[in-house]
Ligand binder design. Structure first.
Ligand code: GLN
Length: 450
């Protein structure tokens, strides 16, 4: 804990990855744990972990990167935070993020722009960019991010770390402040696959207080690892839509060499198709914005966070509090989400998108009939420059092309660092997708390729 706090002090002025550091409290906790000696029943005993600021932490500010929650301190912990604490982890800090997890670069945070530790002129990705940067810079051993449309896997890829989006329902969403409730999942961001397995083991599992949590046994992820370095018998699907147009040559090259490695270790390549990929961005952004507009209705200046001082009556209190509290991207999404849900447009947009979502999920299931895992690049490019995609929101949305379909399908996925791009020298991530609830296969194959 002390050495992580030293790393934070040394790197934070350049990175801006964190919104709150529990310095003294964390040290005191570590000291008292030390005094009582190691506890073998606690798998994360004394391990410093940083939590994305979208997850509720009791007694610690939880802002979602938004001014509307600037002074909000929750009265309960998110389920995954409770599980981490019970496992002996030390909650060291809260990580910066795009406001309400809406973004792909952490430039939408109301407080600061996090920089990529590999090159501080570039973004760390988003929305869990603070989490990714903190792990890559050695500020902690693991961070918990959330992934609605790629927010764990894309920043993991940009910062050269491992990121796992578990199956929908694998990790409880209680205490995860909702963006797109049918898409959101919390998951580990770590330096190694084994670390990701350790963390997932702790945070996964049924939560009776989250109605979307799945009541199915959690396998032993650590046992699934160390398969002796072989991928013999593994059928690895390569979807044509992920390996063609729009992919930068350096990402293509790094990912293909990882696939060659898989082949040399015994994997067999199976060409597959995810034919509805071209509709994924439109489908995702309709559904995510619709859900966001409904979820963010609760921030009304009454129940949580900021209330405008300029209020005369109830209506102006609502509108002023929201106008002052929400950033531009959040307001854009609330307006678009409200539009696609409105009478007269619901059938044309929301209902259609919900139908296409089924087709996208079916694409994955069909492909997984022919192979065990699907692989593709996590992102079309390596980390882009700060400011490069901020002028045009659509341009930013388009960078999510390879990550968002997975959330629409509900299946699990992982991003694994597979080297540096030969043009930019920045990290490249290869994604693996598996069948529902089969995180064990993902982790085992990824560790073999690591
Ligand atoms: N970039 C996507 C969005 O802005 C995904 C974000 C996320 O996964 N939270 O919606």
């Amino acid at each position: 804990t002390a050495s992580c706090l030293d790393r934070i002090a040394a790197t934070e002025p350049r990175l801006d990855a964190l919104l709150h550091v529990a310095g003294e409290e964390a040290l005191a906790q570590a000291k008292s744990m030390d005094a009582h000696g190691p506890d073998a029943k606690k798998p994360l005993w004394g391990v410093p972990v940083i939590i994305k600021d979208v997850l509720a932490t009791v007694g610690m500010p939880t802002t979602c990167g938004s001014k509307i929650l600037e002074n909000f301190v929750p009265v309960y912990d998110a389920d995954c935070v409770t599980r981490l604490k019970e496992a002996g982890a030390i909650i060291l800090a809260k990580a910066n993020m795009d406001e309400f997890a809406m973004g792909s670069s952490t430039e939408n945070s109301a407080f600061k722009v996090t920089k990529n530790p590999w090159d501080v002129t570039r973004v760390p990705g988003g929305s869990s960019g603070g989490s990714a940067a903190s792990v890559a810079a050695g500020q902690c051993f693991a961070s918990i991010g959330t992934d609605t449309g790629g927010s764990i896997r894309q920043p993991a890829s940009f910062c050269g770390i491992v990121g796992v989006k578990p199956s929908y329902g694998r990790v409880s969403r209680r205490g995860l402040i909702a963006y797109g409730s049918s898409l959101d999942q919390a998951g580990p961001m770590t330096r190694t696959v084994a670390d990701a397995a350790e963390i997932l083991q702790v945070i996964a599992g049924h939560d009776p207080k989250d109605s979307t949590s799945v009541d199915t046994p959690v396998p032993d992820y650590l046992k699934a690892l160390n398969r002796g370095g072989s991928l013999k018998g593994l059928r690895l699907g390569m979807p044509e839509q992920y390996w063609g147009e729009g992919l930068s040559t350096e990402v293509d090259a790094a990912c293909r060499s990882a696939v060659e490695l898989a082949v040399s270790l015994g994997a067999q390549i199976v060409p597959v198709s995810l034919p509805h990929t071209e509709y994924a961005i439109a489908t995702y952004y309709i559904l995510a914005m619709a859900e966001a507009s409904s979820n963010l209705a609760r921030f009304d200046g009454v129940r949580y966070g900021r209330r405008s001082s300029q209020t005369q009556d109830l209506a102006t209190m609502y509108t002023r509090s929201r106008s002052e509290g929400f950033g531009e991207e959040v307001m854009r999404r609330i307006m678009l989400g409200t539009y696609v849900l409105s009478a007269g447009y619901y059938d044309a947009y929301y209902r259609k998108a919900a139908q296409v979502r089924r087709l996208i999920r079916q694409d994955f299931l069909n492909a997984l009939d022919k192979c065990d895992l699907i692989c593709g690049p996590a992102c079309p490019t390596t980390a882009f420059a700060i400011g490069e995609n901020t002028a045009d929101p659509l341009q930013m949305y388009l960078t999510d092309i390879f990550t968002i379909s997975l959330n629409l399908s509900g299946l699990p996925g992982l991003s694994l660092p597979v080297g540096l791009g030969k043009d930019t020298g920045m990290p490249v991530g290869l994604q693996l997708f598996a069948g529902n609830m089969d995180e064990a296969s993902l982790l085992s194959a990824a560790q073999t390729l690591e």
